[in-house]
Write a protein that binds this ligand. Structure first.
Ligand SMILES: NC(=O)c1ccc[n+]([C@@H]2O[C@H](COP(=O)([O-])OP(=O)(O)OC[C@H]3O[C@@H](n4cnc5c(N)ncnc54)[C@H](O)[C@@H]3O)[C@@H](O)[C@H]2O)c1
Ligand SMILES: O=P(O)(O)OC[C@@H](O)[C@@H](O)[C@H](O)[C@H](O)CO
Length: 501
């Protein structure tokens, strides 16, 4: 389908008589994920009469990016298309999300961000600043705006505390969506560290400690970016000039480590939205990151070497699909606790493989490969180390690392590489196809990963990676994969066998 811009109606016409909502949420970042997940949920809860929450979006990075500019042009509105299979049938659902009420840019209008802190109704902060956002930047607090996300939050909280003269009722609740361990607790500790190191008023520190609440959360919904062609096609099918359409799957899960306090403040579950309030989300996080994200990282490392372009290609590819199922069965599931029994874990993994088979989503492996070395470290390496510590092998997890290193070195010319420039340059500069062992050893030694500080662990990773790299340099990758899988128990298609020790 195609349409020229003249055929499309302005988005404002899609929501005549739209209600203005009080600003209750500050949202940091406005990427695909937050639009297709948190904004969609808030909109649905507003629609159901459970909430009346307006969102103010803050752009928190200095680099030019079109999303927030477009948000302003579109009065904060955009469509979310949930696509795939529901109850066994193909199903698409389109929602015009109208919860975003204002947009402010921390770099062009820091005073505007500070003014936002004077809103009495503000109570929640939702963020997704990627894995790179919740970090400590020493001395950052003096800048206007501070560079890092935690320092920005410290400065803004200080503004709020000072404006409301320390009123305990004006503390904020933080719901970070970053996919890092203990996201809420980490954000809290970094804010307190900034406040302490900058010697801010102890009463402010006490106010943050006592009256601001930081919840750990784990999020799950697959929301791939759209190509320009796909976006144009979706615009044409909607008939509106929406440049911020998001397309994702129906499945969603938001686990929040918190009790009645946050549930009363943000009762999304009462609007039948998939949000759970739990005392401890760590097991859920571990399970989701190792099974879903770890499998994504592995397929993005291996799949492009045999011509797979998307997640769907990878799960449907005879060798890559088998590799992924064995990776889950033989390495990932045995690394996870199974308090509700192995069948529960197997069902969870099988359901994720089904989600990967969603024909409606074009989830590009090239996008998942972005910064894949760091992702392999947090999502796959723990599985490898767990297996080794229990006397098992983890050849398939190590194979993904070998595929990354070999392709980053340029051994497979057409495979796209987008990762830390320093690491990639080092890999390329030192690559010697005749002496791969020293090349890998040097690279592993140069990584500042505490998990590899133990010399025996680094030596084992080097030796096992080297065996795979030499195979990859000597044979077609598909042949290497077949050899790797030969002799393993066949055919667990879509199911995962018990996680036996
Ligand atoms: N897309 C998904 O399927 C999905 C699902 C669950 C979780 N996530 C997580 O979301 C993140 C990617 O988000 P996306 O898919 O919306 O991508 P995206 O590129 O559309 O958005 C990324 C957002 O992060 C902001 N950002 C990046 N670095 C930042 C920093 N240092 N400080 C402040 N803001 C920063 C950007 O401005 C942008 O708003 C990843 O961390 C991913 O793990 C994505
Ligand atoms: O977004 P990334 O790049 O951190 O990871 C890629 C995918 O694994 C991820 O976005 C998943 O789709 C998501 O975590 C599903 O909930």
């Amino acid at each position: 389908m195609s349409a020229t811009i003249r055929d499309l109606r302005p988005l404002a016409e899609a929501a005549p008589g739209r209600e203005t909502l009080p600003i209750r949420i500050l949202q940091v970042g406005a990427g695909n994920f937050l639009r297709g997940f948190a904004d969609w949920m808030v909109h649905r809860a507003n629609d159901a009469g459970v909430l009346r929450h307006g969102i103010a979006v803050m752009k928190a990075t200095p680099r030019p990016e079109q999303v927030t500019g477009r948000l302003v042009e579109q009065d904060g509105m955009f469509h979310v298309l949930l696509d795939g299979v529901r109850d066994g049938r193909p199903f698409t659902e389109t929602t015009l999300v109208t919860a975003v009420q204002s947009v402010v840019d921390a770099y062009r209008d820091w005073d505007g961000c500070r003014a936002l802190m004077h809103e009495e109704t503000l109570s929640l902060v939702i963020s997704n600043t990627t894995d790179a956002g919740i970090v400590y930047a020493p001395g950052d607090l003096g800048a206007a705006p501070p560079a890092s996300f935690p320092a920005k939050m410290t400065a803004l909280l200080h503004e709020r505390w000072s404006h409301f003269a320390g009123d305990p009722r004006r503390g904020l609740s933080f719901l970070p969506c970053e996919l890092i361990e203990d996201n809420g607790a980490t954000l809290r500790s970094l804010i307190l560290r900034h406040a302490t190191e900058a010697a801010l008023d102890p009463q402010f520190i006490e106010w943050v400690t006592a009256h601001c609440r930081f919840y750990d959360t784990i999020v799950d919904r697959i929301v791939p970016g759209l190509s320009e062609g796909e976006a144009a096609e979706l615009r044409a099918s909607l008939g509106f000039d929406d440049r911020l359409i998001v397309r994702g799957e129906h499945y969603a899960d938001w686990a929040i480590a918190g009790g009645p306090e946050i549930r009363d403040e943000f009762p999304l579950d009462r609007a039948a939205l998939p949000v759970r309030f739990l005392s401890d989300i760590r097991p859920y996080r571990e399970r989701k990151v190792r099974i879903l994200n770890g499998t994504h990282t592995a397929m993005a490392a291996v799949g492009p070497l045999v011509g797979c372009r998307t997640v769907l290609d990878a799960v449907q590819h005879p060798a890559v699909g088998a590799y992924l199922r064995h990776l889950l069965d033989d390495e990932v599931l045995p690394s996870l606790p199974a308090p509700e029994g192995p069948a529960d874990l197997q069902q969870y993994a099988a359901a994720i493989l089904d989600r990967f088979r969603n024909p409606a989503l074009q989830h590009l492996l090239a996008d998942i490969r972005l910064n894949a070395l760091a992702k392999w470290r947090t999502r796959n390496l723990p599985v490898v180390l767990d297996a080794w510590s229990r006397g098992r092998r983890a050849d398939l997890g190590v194979f993904a690392f070998a595929c990354l290193l070999t392709s980053y070195a340029g051994a497979f010319g057409t495979v796209e590489v987008r990762d830390d420039e320093t690491l990639v340059s080092r890999l390329r500069a030192d690559f010697d196809a005749t002496r791969t062992g020293p090349w890998i050893a040097g690279f592993v030694a140069s990584l500042d990963w505490p998990e590899l500080r133990d010399a025996a662990t680094a030596a084992r990773l080097t030796a096992e990676t080297d065996a795979h790299v030499r195979a990859l340099l000597g044979t077609e990758p598909a042949g290497v994969l077949s050899a790797l899988l030969a002799g393993r128990e066949a055919g667990t298609t879509g199911r995962c066998k018990p996680a036996a020790e």
